[in-house]
Write a protein that binds this ligand. Structure first.
Ligand code: UT7
Length: 340
């Protein structure tokens, strides 16, 4: 990346979008064949009907490359200054997955690194990309969020196995003006590490490795205290949304579309109800894809752009919540984008 003089009012502007879902689909009935659950329970408690899952041998980078290629094509780009990959399921603990994604996309030796913010990954990734652009370090950034949660889910844990699916979404961001369509508005981000135990993979890190105790293979699985997490998700997405709308100088009534992290349909309804966002402005794809972690917001943005639920000129509110705990929100005016 090359630094340059930074004009005032410079912002990161979304100029391309893409997404990818692995082809294999698991329905609720498929899960009920091996778990003590049912289609009725899953639909009623989560709103999920099916989810896409990676096949054996497919990794996060494979999803990221597909989504990233589509975002580049949508933008009409063949080069960027940086690739940011937000993921909770990197291909391996070290090195970061982003450099392989950049290389496989033919982007050469550009800056490339991973961001770890679980289901808030897209918003933390937007903040990172915005910072690279605002500082003058980059003119064009590819932000990919890709997660293959089914690779870290305990297949016997009905509390998580029914919720998560795999997928990826990506946006191409260029330097532009803060007042043009696609410019990422003021970002609100937060975290609460005192509640890190609510969503975690306990093993595989320095804490466990330096303990000298025998490793429990179950510690490699993703664990979530669902009921407690639920409450925090509603509170933080609602509060962050209100703050982001206020910082942008807007009222909630100015929002045309709410695109929230697809954690659980009941959480989405609770957040939208508290914000008093009308039913027609609430976008969702959770019935078809489940909770795809950090990928859920750009995946929904890409799908809604393609099917017309989201159109140029719509004022969009994004909000997410996830492990860390972490949360965030931002607004932007949706730009004219080419769907690929
Ligand atoms: O994406 C990052 C952030 N993640 C979230 O925000 C997720 C937040 N949490 C949730 O989405 C929900 O808490 C879950 C979907 C995980 C669970 O739904 P819930 O309505 O909170 O259920 P619960 O955990 O309170 O459990 C209610 C009952 C329990 O049975 P008893 O104790 O009432 O007899 C559970 O054992 O439902 C039972 N249960 C199930 N039953 C059938 C839990 N999971 C299942 C299941 N199938 N898959």
């Amino acid at each position: 990346m090359n630094g340059s003089a930074v004009p005032p009012g410079r912002a990161a502007v979304i100029t391309g979008i893409g997404s990818y879902l692995p082809p294999d689909v698991v329905t609720n009935d498929d899960l009920a064949l091996r778990l003590d659950t049912s289609d009725a329970w899953i639909r009623t408690r989560t709103g999920i009907g099916r989810r896409h899952v990676v096949s054996p041998g497919t990794a996060t980078s494979d999803l990221a490359v597909e989504a990233g290629a589509r975002a580049l094509e949508s933008a009409g780009w063949d080069r960027v200054d940086a690739v940011v990959l937000a993921t909770t399921t990197p291909d391996q603990p070290t090195p970061a997955t982003a450099p392989q994604v950049a290389s496989r996309l033919g982007l050469g030796t550009v800056a490339a690194f991973d961001v770890s913010a679980v289901c808030t990954g897209f918003l933390y990734g937007l903040a990172t990309a915005s910072g690279l652009i605002a500082s003058g370090a980059a003119e064009q950034v590819l932000l990919v969020t890709a997660d293959a949660f089914t690779t870290i889910i305990d297949p016997e844990d009905r509390g998580t196995a029914v919720i998560f699916g795999d997928g990826a979404g990506a946006v191409a961001l260029r330097a532009g003006d803060a007042d043009e369509p696609g410019a990422v508005g003021p970002l609100v981000l937060g975290s609460d590490g005192s509640l890190s135990h609510l969503i975690e993979v306990p093993g595989g890190g320095s804490r466990q490795r330096s303990s000298g105790k025998p490793v429990d293979p179950g510690d490699q699985f993703f664990k979530m205290l669902g009921r407690e997490t639920y409450r925090h998700a509603v509170e933080h997405m609602t509060d962050a949304s209100r703050t982001a709308v206020g910082r942008a100088g807007l009222e909630i009534s100015d929002i045309d579309r709410l695109v929230a992290h697809q954690a659980n349909a009941r959480i989405l309804e609770a957040v939208a109800d508290r914000l008093e966002i009308p039913a027609g402005a609430r976008l969702s794809n959770i019935e078809q894809v489940g909770n795809t972690g950090g990928a859920s917001i750009p995946l929904l943005l890409a799908q809604a752009t393609a099917d017309g639920r989201l159109a140029a000129g719509h004022r969009v509110l994004l909000t997410a919540f996830g492990g860390g705990l972490s949360w965030g929100a931002a607004t932007l005016v949706w730009p004219e984008l080419r769907s690929v």
